[in-house]
Design a protein around this ligand. Structure first.
Ligand code: ADP
Ligand code: MG
Length: 623
């Protein structure tokens, strides 16, 4: 058939933005483009192999799936070609001309976010194709889907500025060629050995053969050679795999450029056989920062070495979403769909095995490699905490892995485990005490800790946002109750109770005076067993939300019920003595309100009327 005339279309605005960002921020790591294009070619071969299970005709005449990388010094082009699934015209438009995937938007968000994502992570966002424009000022894609006739080929071409053209063409071979017309100063990629070393570096563990022309006198010859290992690394036994191989496999799998922190590689034989190779990254993958709750990627499911799908959501719980790896099952039916997978008993077993392996690995790090564990915890500790809520079955195991700052710890560093805490409990102590606050400083300085400090009782200091949520599900550890120092009344021994009663009795006049003066602002005023130095603090009921959290939620636009605080006082403090003896009712009211104001500030609450607070303070200072 004759080829139709080209049609020109505009990129969607967000694609143009991505292109602009990518070409500018990837400049110092341009070689990434090769990794990304080979990764796409490999995905295309995976897809064809999978589809051909149900439809063997798709492989007709050409069953050797492979990837070709070639260069042409005269034309100044580099071409990456695969005989994989290929794309129809509509698929080309949807996949590389629009923001069909949400990856584009996520990439833009991540790149403009404060944490300044490294552009080398581009492959993790599903926008890797665009890295071609870092080295090329024109990119041509020729593609024909495996189930389409020769006349249904499509040619896509763009200079990456704002438009692309589409032409229907004849293509005798199925699959996709991506032809890069290199920019004037990118001659380094016109050398065979350079391309080869990049492939060895980034793509050695692609499971399909990557073939290149042999280089003769600086030019490509007609002889082709395979330059990668092209085997499924995870299918080898551990003893045959070097650390370097594990690391380089991780990098191509996770589109990461850092080494993995650790990995666990296991084969289960039996009524159900499967292999798992699971990695802990060193740095959080992007989707972790972005919340990562939709479209989770990172764990590939294979069945007898045929790639089936990205099954992170099916094989790993949310709180382990940082794990990257491969699961290869021997006994699942090859024609599984996602729906079938979700209700598959074998898969449930594999999922449980994955969770166990990962927790084993983290536990091993915590025991044998404290430095690596610290790196892990810094990157993923807060994510792991979600498991306390999410995975009741492993709650105790996860809790064992958590680390906190503490009144007896190393400053703000999160280094104290619950076992450390229990190991140095005071005689007769049966509770693990903690406090939650906005920050380490606010927690450590809280008046609510005074009595604990005086008695030498350790208190864990929690200041991550996820802590409050997690603690709702962590009431006990190793038969010890966990309790918030700010909540409820402190359990006192008999002598303490008696003392407390006497103190309350002795303080009756001042308590009454305060209640009268504060009126509506408080629920209750009582003598505190928590204070030694400060005049006042807030106490929360067992089910009340911490004031700093209520403030955060309110600031985030949530409706929060107004609850009246319970004020606790230290009758020994000179300020209380002054309230008691103050004859001037205006001054007494100022003092009483100030006692409440400062308790609220220390607890990270929102002052209901900051201007009134300032005026009170000034009146008292001026006297
Ligand atoms: P990702 O690979 O993460 O999806 P890319 O930007 O690298 O993101 O590729 C976008 C999409 O373009 C792919 O999902 C795929 O549908 C399509 N694509 C890219 N290269 C090829 C190829 N060689 N063969 C078939 N489809 C491809
Ligand atoms: Mg890709």
């Amino acid at each position: 058939m004759t080829n139709a005339a080209p049609e020109t279309r505009k990129f969607e605005a967000e694609v143009a933005q991505v292109l602009h960002l990518v070409t500018h921020s990837l400049y110092s790591h341009k070689e990434i483009f090769l990794r990304e294009l080979i990764s796409n070619a490999s995905d295309a071969c995976d897809k064809l192999r999978f589809e051909s299970i149900g439809n063997p005709d798709l492989l007709s005449g050409d069953g050797d799936l492979q990837i070709h990388v070639s260069w042409d010094p005269e034309a100044r082009t580099v071409t990456v070609r695969d005989n994989g699934i290929g794309m129809t015209r509509d698929e080309v438009v949807a996949n590389i001309g629009t923001i069909a995937s949400s990856g584009t938007r996520r990439f833009l968000e991540a790149m403009s976010a404060e944490q300044k994502t490294d552009a080398r992570l581009i492959g993790q966002f599903g926008v890797g194709f665009y890295s071609a424009f870092v080295v090329a000022d024109r990119v041509t894609v020729l593609s024909r889907r495996a189930d389409q006739p020769v006349g249904e080929g499509v040619k896509w071409e763009s200079d990456g500025k704002g438009e692309y053209s589409l032409t229907q063409v004849d293509l005798t071979e199925r699959g996709t060629s991506v032809i890069l017309h290199l920019k004037a100063d990118e001659d380094e990629f016109l050398k065979g050995w350079e391309l080869r070393s990049l492939i060895r570096k980034y793509s050695d563990h692609v499971a399909f053969p990557i073939r290149m022309p042999e280089e003769k006198d600086g030019k490509p010859s007609d002889e082709w050679e395979t330059i990668n290992d092209a085997s499924a690394l995870w299918a080898k036994s551990r003893s045959e795999i070097s650390d370097e191989e594990y690391q380089s496999f991780y990098k191509s799998l996770g589109h990461d450029f850092n080494d993995a922190l650790a990995w666990t590689h296991n084969r289960v034989e039996g009524s159900q056989s499967f292999t798992t190779l699971l990695y802990l990254p060193e740095q959080p993958p992007f989707d972790l920062m972005m919340g990562g709750r939709d479209e989770r990627k990172g764990l590939k499911l294979y069945i007898k070495r045929v790639f089936i799908m990205d099954a992170a959501e099916d094989l790993l719980p949310n709180y382990l979403r940082f794990v990257r790896g491969v699961v290869d099952a021997d006994d699942l039916p090859l024609n599984v769909s996602r729906e079938i997978l979700q209700h598959n008993r074998q898969l449930e077993r594999i999922r449980a095995a994955c969770v166990k392996r990962v927790l084993d690995l983290i536990e091993k790090l915590s025991r044998d490699e404290p430095e690596k564990f610290a790196t892990f915890y810094k990157s993923f500790g807060n994510t792991l905490k979600e498991g306390i809520v999410e995975d009741a079955g492993n709650r105790e195991r996860i809790a064992k892995l958590l680390r906190f700052a503490s009144t007896k710890g190393e400053g703000a560093k999160q280094s104290v485990s619950l076992d450390d805490y229990i190991g140095r409990m005071e005689v007769g102590q049966d509770t693990i005490w903690f406090i939650t606050a906005d920050s380490y400083t606010a927690a450590m300085g809280s008046p609510q800790l005074e009595a604990f400090k005086a008695k030498g009782i350790e208190v864990l200091l929690m200041s991550d946002r996820v802590d409050e949520w997690m603690l709702g599900s962590l009431n006990e550890y190793a038969d010890k109750k966990l309790r918030n120092v700010a909540k409820g009344e402190l359990p006192l021994d008999d002598a303490g109770k008696k003392q407390q009663e006497e103190a309350n009795k002795a303080a009756e006049p001042v308590l009454k005076k305060l209640k009268d003066l504060l009126g509506d602002r408080v629920n209750e005023v009582r003598v505190s067993a928590r204070l030694t130095d400060s005049p006042s603090c807030l106490a929360l009921s067992d089910f009340e939300m911490a004031p700093h959290l209520a403030r955060l939620l309110r600031e985030a636009g949530h409706e929060m019920p107004e609850s009246k605080p319970t004020l606790e006082i230290n009758p020994q403090h000179p300020l209380l003595k002054r309230v008691e003896s103050e004859g001037d009712s205006g001054k007494a009211a100022d003092l009483a309100n100030l006692l409440l104001d400062q308790a609220e500030i220390a607890a990270g609450a929102q002052l209901p009327d900051p201007a009134a607070f300032v005026q009170r303070l000034n009146r008292l200072i001026v006297g």
